[in-house]
Design a protein around this ligand. Structure first.
Ligand code: LR7
Ligand code: MN
Length: 580
């Protein structure tokens, strides 16, 4: 067993043996290979950055679709069958430093074969599906910045070995100016030797950021379909066919495989249990949401592709020409973030569809941080903020107000030129964002439309306002009070809905015990917990019939319910807006 290498059998090198025998004079061959490279320049987009067609050993190897054979899997090796890997005490020395730098356990990854077995996490129904035998071809584009050898090569092996040969046109690795020595010439040589024409390594001419790097890779791709993957994935059994089959059926479908989890700690491969769709926060971050019933009901079979309002971003397949027809990625977005929601909104608004494909499964290592610099030339330390401004300005019409409500400091900041992006909307006669909300994501709560009252919720006597005090609203959090910020803080924004919920974007106000108020996910909240805003200004909680009261409270204190007393000053509440 070779640590971190696949078991490579002699049959695997048959192509190489053949080549060696016909190479009489290495130098002569090298020159002729260079001249053939010159006479057949790669596509116009490729600059000198494509790796040499000759590796440093000087032999042009001809691994191709026919000669490539799947290496055998190691039996009894660490991480086999998707298992987690434990490290010895020795191997764990200074592991913290590794985790801080890489944001995943590189040592565990290095112990696992580059070609390992993982559990088939598909629904059993998927295993019986017969796909057409004339599917379109795919180019898999993997961009990377400071990614490490073992996860990147494991991604490549999983793609090569779990994709039908006849459909996999190529894998394109785009190196976005990594600072990692082993990802330089050594990678070129390894790929040339083991994968030949099947894997191309492109070197970005300057730091592109993942968004432009994906454009760069896709422009150089030659397959009918472009599939993007992050550089720390493992494609599972049968992952490619359902993507190709659906796009063959519907050219304008942009597809995401189901994303399995690979642990950042021990690299265990785990299936994701329940079905989700992609949503978003008005702060323009991606989130997951349970599949709405209307979508479940529309599926003929539970394994059919189903529509999702948005996607996470990294793992997707699209018809390559269609991808560019609808605008590829925004070339003025920097480094990381925003392109996922931008492509999601754009696809739907411009007459395509975004779909999740249950039978296609790909694992991804979820990392708590980034092993690269997140600073852009224009967005500086906040590339996500600037990228999202571009997407809001182009695609969200008036609803961009809800983004700026969260990011008031961005109002008036420069977001570059968006005319070319806006031209896409005109050229393709795209729908409005309102259309998207009504037709694609009717579940999305709009904080200030069709509601009884909204905005900062103030007790005029104390000048205290209801406030989340910046707590991450993913779980259940206390609803507190804080000095009113005159509309400047999104933490103080609440809505009283027509069905009498006192809520925020995703959290509804309910009691945790008999008198303390928390915000908890509206889908799971007890809908009997409603509120009436009476003429005398109180906010009455039901079914307790107690009133929201600030008596004795100071900044950061959790707000309480008390016995209602008409005209008691600490029970008076005023929303900033009462629409007619
Ligand atoms: O400057 C850069 N250049 C790059 O080439 C920065 C990054 N990259 C590469 C990087 O090496 C990696 O291969 O781009 C890829 C994605 O970067 P990650 O893995 O650091 O990103 P992420 O997984 O944290 O981020 C998700 O959101 C991003 C928003 O821009 C991208 O869309 C990522 O592709 C996306 N990843 C996923 O959706 C994987 C599934 C996660 C879920 C849920
Ligand atoms: Mn990733």
């Amino acid at each position: 067993y070779v640590a971190s290498g696949p078991l490579v059998r002699s049959s695997y090198r048959a192509g190489e043996y053949f080549i060696k025998n016909i190479v009489k004079n290495k130098q002569q061959k090298k020159e002729s290979a260079i001249s053939s490279f010159k006479n057949n320049p790669p596509s116009e987009h490729v600059t000198v950055t494509e790796r040499s067609k000759i590796n440093s050993i000087g032999i042009k190897r001809r691994v191709n679709r026919e000669t490539y054979t799947i290496p055998e899997q190691c039996q009894g090796c660490p991480g086999e069958n998707g298992g987690g890997v434990s490290l010895t005490a020795d191997e764990s020395k200074n592991l913290d430093a590794v985790m801080k730098k890489e944001f995943f356990n590189l040592r565990a990854s290095d112990k696992i074969s580059l070609w390992r077995s993982i559990p088939d996490t598909r629904d059993d129904l998927c295993k019986a599906v017969k796909y057409p035998d004339d599917l379109p071809s795919a180019s898999v584009v993997i961009v990377f910045k400071n990614e490490r050898w073992s996860p990147v090569l494991r991604t490549v092996y999983s793609v090569l070995n779990r994709s039908p040969k006849q459909y996999l046109k190529e894998v394109i690795l785009v190196d976005d100016q990594s600072d990692i020595e082993e990802m330089g010439q050594k990678l070129d040589d390894y790929c040339e030797e083991h994968f030949g024409e099947l894997v191309r390594v492109l070197r970005a001419p300057s730091r592109l950021g993942l968004i432009k790097a994906k454009n760069y890779g896709a422009k150089n791709a030659t397959g009918d379909i472009v599939v993007f993957l992050d550089a720390h994935c493992e494609a599972n059994t049968g992952w490619l066919e359902p993507l190709l089959a659906r796009i063959k059926e519907k050219r304008s479908a942009v597809l995401c495989p189901s994303i399995d989890m690979i642990s950042d700690h021990n690299l265990a491969y785990g299936g994701t249990g329940f079905g989700s769709v992609g949503g978003f926060w008005w702060s323009l971050h991606f989130n997951w949401a349970p599949i709405p019933k209307r979508i479940r009901d529309a599926q003929k079979s539970r394994i059919d592709p189903y529509p999702s309002p948005t996607m996470a971003g990294g793992l997707l397949a699209a018809n390559r020409e269609y991808f560019f027809e609808i605008g590829g990625y925004d070339e003025d977005m920097e480094v990381w973030g925003g392109e996922n929601l931008e492509l999601s909104f754009r696809t739907w608004m411009c007459h395509g569809s975004l779909e999740f494909v249950p039978c296609s499964r790909v694992g991804h290592i979820f990392r708590p941080g980034h092993p690269y610099n997140m600073t852009g030339a224009k967005g500086k330390g906040d590339v996500h903020g600037r990228n999202s401004m571009r997407l809001a300005e182009v695609w969200m019409d008036d609803y961009k107000r809800l983004y700026y409500m969260h990011r008031r400091e961005l109002i008036g900041k420069d977001y570059g030129d968006v005319e070319e992006r806006r031209a896409i909307r005109t050229r393709l006669n795209c729908h409005s964002f309102k259309w998207f909300l009504e037709n694609v994501f009717p579940e999305k709560f709009i904080l200030d439309e069709n509601v009884l009252a909204y905005g900062e919720t103030r007790n005029p006597n104390s000048q205290l306002c209801l406030d989340t005090i910046g707590k991450d609203e993913k779980g259940t959090i206390p609803l507190a009070v804080y000095s009113c910020q005159s509309g400047a803080s999104a933490n103080q924004y609440l809505t009283l809905t027509k069905d009498n919920q006192l809520r925020r974007e995703d959290g509804c106000s309910v009691t945790s015990d008999s008198t303390s108020i928390v915000l908890t996910n509206c889908d799971y909240s007890d809908h009997k917990q409603t509120w009436t805003h009476t003429n005398n200004g109180t906010l009455v909680h039901h079914p307790s019939n107690l009133c929201l009261d600030v008596e004795g409270l100071a900044n950061n204190d959790q707000v309480k319910l008390k016995k209602c007393e008409p005209n008691k000053l600490s029970q008076q509440w005023l929303f900033r807006h009462y629409p007619k």
